[in-house]
Design a protein around this ligand. Sequence first.
Ligand code: APR
Length: 332
Amino acid sequence: MTRIEIITADITHLNVDAIVNAANRSLLGGGGVDGAIHRSAGHELLKACQLLGGCNTGDAKITPGFRLPSKFIIHTVGPVWQGGRYHEKGLLASCYQQSLRLATENGIKTIAFPNISTGVYGFPKREAASIAIESVQSYLKTHPEIERVIFCCFDDENFEIYNKLNYSTISIERVQSEKEVQLVADLAYTIWNEHYVQIIGQDQVNYMVTNFQSAEAMSKQIQTEGYEYYIIRHLSEPSGYISTKLTGDELFLSKFYVIKEKRGTGIGKEGLKFICERARTLGANSIKLTVNKYNTNSIKAYEKMGFINFGSVVADIGEGYVMDDFVMKLDL
Ligand code: APR
């Protein structure tokens, strides 16, 4: 299920954990969505805002939702558009990032944004929409705790702009539920049977899928061995998966597989970018992986991504099968 939704609605009606208010620096109310939120939330909101001491442009502060259906209101102050010479784009991106940071800090999982700065503040709508989607997508990639972000448009023009924007068709999301683990295991079954039979033979593929790529094996790794699993979707279709494990200051890239029909859609590049971002977030300074010596396509792909051959490893993986791999490493 995609985590970003675009709707046309009155944001004060939305039953989400938090709605975001396009406020002004005083935080004492105004027109537009700010006025609508203050009217719907009731006078306690103004009292709560009076205690906040205002808010800088690009920053965000949080209050309860009071009479609104949403539990919280995150007030952010967008930039007034002055032609783009006064860091307006960065300040608008910061509104989304700071609002999401507050959401994470307050355990908020579902959040709705209005089209910040595109009303009274005159920010060009298309540019604002592009900044909004890119900022949110970038945050969601490394923050699986945010489950849903709604862009709440209030006019058809914004709704059309957001939907036309060709935002990234690739999403990479943390695997949490049993259902998603099973989805990854099903992907593994497909990938291993379509790619590895000609490399290691059907028998060993069956052995690997049963013992190392099954839902049980993956759940055990997630729950007891500190592995993180991510599912990759292209155009919302399950298309690949990643699993990693942090050991010291090195991130071990245990699995990074893409189904054949989705090769060439940019998943490799997006996936590696995601893995590097995750490694940096975890404080790792390198990424290590092992790859079958006869898997020439993958070896070439990793070399293209900047991995260097770091030696080899031969290990008995049971039932007389031997893993004969290259070790490859990418310094961050
Ligand atoms: N629900 C959702 N969106 C709304 C609503 C609503 N009830 N009311 C207005 N909007 C939309 C507007 O149509 C616009 O697309 O919110 C978007 C932001 O417009 P503004 O509310 O004018 O906010 P902004 O451009 O950021 O200007 C902020 O306006 O209201 C004052 O006090 C506010 O000084 C601040 C300035």
